[in-house]
Design a protein around this ligand. Structure first.
Ligand SMILES: C[S@@+](CC[C@H](N)C(=O)[O-])C[C@H]1O[C@@H](n2cnc3c(N)ncnc32)[C@H](O)[C@@H]1O
Length: 276
């Protein structure tokens, strides 16, 4: 295998995605902004507003999904992480005490006919900031696993099997299918992999997706890369990677993380920085 690349593009992903060629990406792994006014909850400067009108937010997601569908190869897949929010009757994000729970299944309105949902994986984790005892503590998010072609797509279960729970002789000797409920702890403040981003993907989760849905030499895209975890796992596993991020601090942080992984793993990988 020759030299790989990882390209970090600073700017609005929608502008950049529009310039990408049809069928040029093997796998997309991403988590769009949540529109929960995240900026007011931490001190990170941001170049985007996480409290825009819900209709504008959904139009943005719709436009991104249309581009992702166009640029994904026929055998490729698109993984989107989203979570439920609490909303009031005017469709504004509010606190859990004020609103009703709105799961993100509305995105299916925008994928019908272009992307096919194969799994709605439940990512179950260990903690949550919502600790009120007037309801059950919310401890999951969704991973939408879409494919371009519902019959023919890259998927290798044998790379991601987990140990069998019993010694039953009917068990697959290679291990069990991990199912569509994944328990993976959140990246916490004291985690070894923690960077400055408040919503970082756990590396083990991205590893499972990249191992099952792509091959060495493929191109993996994250249009909202944040900490750059998707890109890091991609290049550590000999894939190429392209990502967009609007916030310069995060681009700089990801650049340092990626340079470090290239060095420590002795990867033959070109690190490219561009403006969108
Ligand atoms: C939920 S976070 C993604 C976190 C990421 N999965 C990780 O592992 O760190 C969403 C990111 O999208 C970025 N963002 C928001 N709007 C954007 C846009 N239009 N284009 C590119 N990036 C954007 C935000 O700055 C934020 O870092």
């Amino acid at each position: 295998m020759g030299t790989n690349f990882v390209k970090l593009i600073r700017g609005n992903c929608l502008d950049g995605l529009k310039r990408m060629s049809d069928a040029s990406i093997d796998l997309v792994v991403t988590s769009p902004p949540y529109n929960i006014n995240l900026k007011s909850r931490n001190n990170y400067t941001t170049n985007y507003f996480d409290n825009i009108p819900e209709s504008t937010y959904r139009e943005n997601i719709k436009a991104v999904l249309a581009e992702l569908s166009r640029i994904t190869k026929d055998r490729g897949s698109v993984w989107i992480n989203m979570k439920s929010r609490w909303m009031n009757s005017s469709q504004e994000t509010v606190s859990a005490t004020q609103g009703s729970l709105e799961p993100p299944t509305w995105i299916l309105e925008y994928t019908r006919g272009s992307l096919h949902l194969k799994n709605l994986v439940i990512w179950n984790y260990d903690i949550n900031s919502d600790t009120q005892n007037n309801k059950f503590h919310p401890r999951y998010e969704f991973l939408f696993f879409f494919v371009k072609d519902p019959k023919e797509y890259n998927f290798n279960i044998d790379r991601i099997r987990i140990p069998n729970k019993t010694g039953d002789k009917r068990n697959n000797p290679l291990g069990a299918n991990p199912s569509d409920v994944w328990y993976i702890p959140l990246v916490k403040g004291n985690s070894k992999e923690r960077s400055l981003h408040p919503a970082q993907f756990p590396e083990t989760m991205v590893e499972r997706i990249i191992a099952s849905c792509s091959n060495e030499g493929d191109v993996v895209l994250d249009p909202f890369f944040g900490s750059g975890t998707t890109l890091k796992v991609a290049i550590a596993n000999k894939r190429n990677a392209i990502g967009f991020e609007i916030e310069p601090n995060y681009v700089q942080n990801a650049r340092e993380r990626l340079a470090a992984v290239i060095k420590s793993n002795d990867l033959t990988c070109n690190l490219i920085i561009e403006e969108s």
